[in-house]
Design a protein around this ligand. Sequence first.
Ligand code: ADP
Ligand code: GLC
Length: 497
Amino acid sequence: MNKLKILIAAAEVVPFAKSGGLADVVGALPKALRKLGHDVRVVMPRYYIVDRDKYDLKPMEGSLGVPMGVIGEEWAGVYEGVLPGSDVPIYFIEHERYFGRKGLYDENGIAFSDNDNRFIFLSRAAMQLAKKLHFKPDIIHANDWHTAAMPIFLNTVYAQDPDFERTASVLSIHNLQHQGKFYKGAMDVLGIGWEHFTEDELEEYDGINLLKGGIVHSNAINAVSQKYADEIRTSEFGWGLEGLISHHGTKLFGILNGVDYEEWNPSLDTLIPFNYDMHKMAGKKICKLELQKTFNLPHRQDVPVIGLVGRLADQKGISLLAEAIGGLLEMDIQIVLLGTGEKWAERFFSHIASTYPDKFGTYIGYKNDLAHQIEAGSDFFLMPSLFEPCGLNQIYSLRYGTLPIVRATGGLDDTIENYQPYTGKGDGFKFYEASAEALYGTVKWAVDTYYNDKKGMKQLVKNAMKKQFSWEVASKSYEEMYRYSITQRFGVSMERN
Ligand code: ADP
Ligand code: GLC
């Protein structure tokens, strides 16, 4: 089978910079594609937090010229490294004014006012870098609104460029809520001509919508689960783009994310107190005890511990949790929460922790090792999301034998099978309605199962730990989508060696 040259760009990539699952995906998918024999290159910004020494990043010779419309040509430095554990090259676009900041997108929750320029710059720099490297990609793969300008550039400023004459484009939508909407003046920075400022392309309510333009101009789009691909065609989940997405439905894919089981695996994990696996579960008890110690909770093996890790954003159902928390804490349970995000939520959950010190532990902040320890030390993992394109934590939880309690939306519905007490089937607990009552009722069901149905619990844990969501499988679906996009663009298959 012919091998492809693939250029993937994203705003965040594990382990260099991460705020959520996008980074996990872009840190893992390229490695899996490489294993299939493809020539994959990754591009991201060199934020202030990207540690050049730790990852042995080397400066590339010369600077990269990046045309920025009316701003004129800007110059970027480029650092080169590899994705750890692979030979996949990753390039970091260095530009002090755009990326030499602490935050990726914001400071203290306030979005940077020049995010349009920053990510137009990243998208254009990725294209320019391909030229500088003489890479001539078969596929450019953009991720979310941050790099959605790449397929737009391909069809406009690079339409006649021989370096891209065999290139097709793919856009992954990890989260449709964020679309990159800006003042229309950004058209002049894109430099593609105002004829593209129409409601069929980039215009929306007299402003510019980068994701919309990306959807229109890509040859294939991927929503990160089949259910989410279906949901975003509806007004409930489409954030105003449902009509456009339905219109482009034939090029819409729903490939579920995989998991990097080298990083998220209780038998290998170096960040948890004790390793364990399906056949030797004793280590999980030690992890539970250590977790209780970390959060100053009573050291009890007999009480169910429910973990939560994630961005404290509306998407994650934190308002449902806030509403239900009083009732939940009447049960004999412990809850541990790790997260950062909306200020009201940070304050609210910190207050709950100080009111119920024996039942509720919280860490407000971002802490990777603690995320692993919560996966390992909890009995249940709660994700009451209002919408969830894929969701990775529930998939990690399965592998750690920590039963997910989820709202049946997007990838949560696709990955978790509800417990059926009579057959012993299932690997978690699901609720459907987005309400505090439904959340409460389902946690209660899980807690009752913990206390009164030990056999059922054992079976559930076994089922969960057996489940596989590897990138090996998902990357093959990406391969198919890439080939589809080539056919869609050129009418015939244009792959080459
Ligand atoms: P999303 O991308 O919407 O945030 P996902 O479930 O896909 O949701 O991925 C979230 C990822 O970010 C997981 O790897 C999770 O462990 C990590 N994460 C989120 N918040 C934190 C935090 N406060 N500390 C450490 N890791 C976090
Ligand atoms: C987004 C989504 C999340 C998904 C992740 C990776 O941030 O919110 O559900 O798992 O991207 O695709």
